[in-house]
Each structure stands twice: as C-alpha cells, then as structure tokens.
Design a protein around this ligand. Structure first.
Ligand code: AHR
Length: 499
C-alpha cells in the first residue's frame, strides 16, 4: 500500500489569494473581552490590546480578520461602539444572550488590526438594519471629510479614512437563529440595494453576499441561486460556512468530512456559473469561505450557561490532535479550490472555537489546530499545483472512497520553494508516499519535513500543559533526483518543504 503524487510547475490550479488564510473575531464569549482586549492585563498595551495575543497572531501572518460577527452583527448598532468610551451604551446582546458593554468598537478594531498587521473585513447588520446603515458606515469609514459621518470619524481622532476594502452584506440570513432572518428573495433585495449605495459612496470596495449557513440547510443551494439572481452584478464574492463535529466519536468519518467541503465548494461554483450564464455575464463570482472549523466540544457546556453575563466563556472548544488533522484536510481543500475560493476565515481566532486561547489575567497558548493553520499560512503562498494523486482508499458507513492521502502542493516562485501539505488519514498504519517532482528538476533539495502527530488522537494542549501537541521537524522525507519519498506516520499532518 503506497500513495503516489505528481507535481509540476506547469500544472497550476491558480494563484493563491493571501486572504485564504483569514480569520474571524466576533463579539462573542471572550474573543474580544479577555481575548484580544484586556485593559489591566500585564501584557496589555496602552490601548488595552494584549501583546502576547498580538504576537501569536503575527506569527500566523493572518492577512484579514472578519468582524464584528457572526450572529452578533445582526442585532448590532455600530454607532454604539464609537466615540468616548464613558458614554458608550450597554446593550442586551440577543444572539448569544450576554451583555455587550461596547467598550471595544469600530475604531478600536481598526487600530487593533493595524497592530496585528491584518486587514479588516467588516460585516454590516442586515438583520435589524438595512440600506441606510449600509451607506452611513461606509461614509464614516472611507469618505475623506466634509460630511456628517466622515467629520464624525475625524472628531473621534481619525483624520484619515480607514479605507476598509472588504465588506460582508450581513451574516447567515437564512438561519432561523438569526436576528431578522430573511427569505432568499427578501435578503437578495436588501443585499442588492445595500450594495448599490455602499459602492456609490466608495466604488473601490468589494462585497460578499451571504450564501447558506451550511450545506445542510433545507434551502441550499436554491438560496444561493436566488440571492445571486438579485446581487450578481453588485457583489464580488458569495459566502460559505461550515463546521464539523466528531460528537459520534467516529474518527475515520470525521477525517473524511473535508470531502464534503470539496463537494460544497463544487456545488457553489456550479450554482454561481449557472447564474453567470443565465445573466450572460462576463464576470466570474468568487467564493469567500468566511467561516470554517471544527466545532462541537463546548456545545453541551454552552447550553448550561446563565444569560446576560459580560464576556462569559462561550464556544471554548479545546481541540484534539484529530481536530488538527481535519483542519489540515480542510486547509488542503481550500487550496485545491484556490482558483475560485479567494478568501476564507478560520472561525474564529481567539478563545471562541479558536487556535489561540487565553486565560483572563493569565497566559496565552496555542491549540492543536494552530499548527496546520500556521504552516499553510506561512508556507502556502504562491500558486497551488494540481495534485495528481493515487492513494489507497477506505469506506465508512457514511462516506465511501476516502483516500488515505489528502495532499496538495504550493509553489512559491519568489523564494523558489515548493511545499507539499499532506495528511495521512490512516489511523493504524504509516503511508509510504512517492512524489514525482517533474519540472522541479533533478537538483531539488529537501529543506525540512515538519510533522504533527501524537499517539493519542484525543491529546490536547491546555493552559497547564500547553505543549503536548506540537510539531517536530524530524520527518523522514528524502529527495533524490527528481523524486521525493517519505513514510507519513499514521494519523499525521506533514509539511515537506523543497527548494
Ligand atoms: O462562529 C460562530 C457562529 O457560527 C457565528 O456567529 C455564526 O455566523 C455561525 O453560525
């Protein structure tokens, strides 16, 4: 049993948009308060931003962060979070049943994003608000001066416009849990009208229309077809969301879920292209996979919580080794479709279903899923190459023909490096891998072979034992001539870097 792979400089899927490695911060749980913002913490800077957290985010080289929600945004009034902090309103936050103090808001996030070296992806409220908010917030953020909203920003100490380029038109508007849920037609209409006025204020911005909340929604993919029918000429991206769970403790099926992600993406490419043909349009719709992750560990605990607390721990999944493997497979899925998926956001970034955890008042640490995200973000820039793979396969009750090898290669022309990202889904056996390096030539050399593995698939990092699951660089890959060979350890994440 072995797997083979052919990679070639000329077999290109597409240019990887750096924003494929985006993430997400929502006003939810301790993502903001106690996560990125904690005045009085020993590591907090003069604005209350935690520098220990900032430094982990900078390691990840996160190119863009979606904010302020999520479900939160559909009941949010962004004007509550601007101006002097002492006069900001406390509100009941209905999406997550907490109290929002508004001590952190729009300008704070823009300042934080600059320190995190990331761009802002702002989601507007199309739940309780609409076209009017849509034009006002773009004017506040992006118009230079001389109008009510732009001068209000200047009066708040921001002389220069924020120039936020990427905007989401609401969040999961098909979901019954959403404040102000809409039918596809209702949403399509308000999204189009909002898009029009936003671009009239600033024609340089790019917009994301809401797709279904998941592939399991009853209206998927009719929702997307209807929404795009209304918005096709006015937006650049269609959003996708998915979360996977191993609540059934069926790891072979869990690790195969990224094949569903592949199908989900293919369906939305087909749906977008159907509307493109219907409209005789020359424009290609791109996809923004702006929420994706594993999410299930904290669901029971969250049901026990009392409402109306300020920044309680919510959605604090502590991730396992096997979760990191699926996250790796999902990253590979995004890379395999990087010709159409131009943006994606690991949901979320700090404390809430996140790669980075903090103790309020204490340390910050890295979860297992931090590592595949780190490796792809740092080494997965450039062009994704078509993975021509032959792999032994397995079947589960639910999903059949699952290749043990999940892999893709990325060619970074600037630094003349090629990196193979590979997961061995086999839980029992190592998988011999042979890669034909074709046009990379006979002089290729191995830089390193990083591996994330652990005999215990349920192993986790915690605040007290924060380095139980960490990568090592003792992988056994060898390059000779124009061939690469490796034995991928059972249930392992591998990063093989070649020059
Ligand atoms: O990321 C957590 C939540 O998941 C988001 O608020 C929502 O958009 C999705 O359902």
């Amino acid at each position: 049993q072995k797997a083979t792979m052919i990679i070639d400089k000329d077999f290109i899927i597409g240019d990887i948009d750096n924003r494929l490695y985006g993430s997400f911060i929502e006003h939810l749980g301790r993502a903001v308060y106690g996560g990125i913002y904690e005045p009085g913490h020993p590591e907090a800077d003069e604005q209350g931003f935690r520098e220990d957290v900032l430094s982990l985010i900078q390691q990840l080289q996160v190119p863009i962060v979606r904010y302020p929600g999520g479900n939160f945004v559909s009941g949010y009034d962004w004007t509550d979070g601007i101006g002097p902090k002492e006069s900001r309103k406390r509100r009941l936050e209905l999406a997550w049943r907490t109290i929002e103090t508004n001590q952190f808001g729009l300008n704070d996030f823009v300042d934080w994003a600059a320190k995190a070296k990331t761009d802002v992806m702002w989601a507007i409220n199309l739940g309780t608000h609409g076209v009017d908010e849509a034009r006002n917030i773009v004017e506040y953020c992006n118009h230079a001066s001389g109008t009510y909203w732009s001068d209000l920003r200047r009066s708040h100490g921001y002389e220069q416009p924020h120039q936020i380029k990427t905007w989401c038109l609401g969040n999961e508007m098909d979901g019954p849990w959403q404040i102000g849920q809409k039918t596809a037609t209702e949403y399509g209409r308000v999204a189009k009208e909002s898009a029009k006025v936003m671009k009239w204020v600033d024609p340089t911005i790019e917009l994301v229309a809401c797709g279904s909340s998941s592939r399991n929604m009853p209206t998927f993919p009719e929702w997307e077809a209807t929404v795009l029918d209304h918005t096709y000429d006015h937006v650049e991206y269609l959003s996708m969301h998915t979360y996977y769970s191993n609540a059934a403790n069926d790891t072979p099926t869990f690790l195969a879920r990224s094949l569903e992600m592949d199908d989900f993406i293919k369906t939305l490419i087909a749906t977008s292209d159907y509307i493109k043909s219907k409209k005789r349009s020359k424009k290609t719709m791109f996809l923004s996979f702006d929420e994706w992750n594993v999410w299930y560990h904290s669901r029971d605990a969250d049901k026990q919580r009392d409402p109306w607390e300020i920044a309680p721990p919510q959605l604090e999944d502590i991730y396992t080794m096997e979760d990191a493997l699926l996250v790796g497979c999902m990253l590979i899925s995004l890379l395999k479709h990087s010709d159409r998926v131009k943006m994606a956001c690991l949901a979320q970034l700090v404390n809430v279903i996140a790669p980075i955890m903090t103790e309020t008042g204490g340390k910050a640490w890295m979860q297992t899923i931090f590592f595949p995200y780190l490796h792809t973000s740092v080494y997965g820039r450039g062009k994704a190459l078509v993975p021509l793979i032959h792999s032994p396969k397995y079947d589960t009750k639910e999903i059949t023909d699952v290749p043990f090898l999940e892999a893709v290669a990325v060619y970074n022309e600037e630094v003349q490096e090629v990196t193979v990202f590979a997961v061995n889904r086999d839980l029992e056996n190592a998988l011999p891998l042979e890669v034909d390096l074709r046009s990379f030539g006979a002089n290729s050399q191995l830089i390193e072979h990083l591996v994330l593995e652990n005999d215990d698939l349920k192993a986790r990092n915690t605040a007290t034992d924060s380095s139980r699951v960490t990568p090592h660089n003792k992988g056994n890959a060898e390059v000779s001539g124009s061939g690469l060979t490796a034995r991928l350890g059972k249930a392992s994440w591998n990063v093989i870097r070649i020059r």
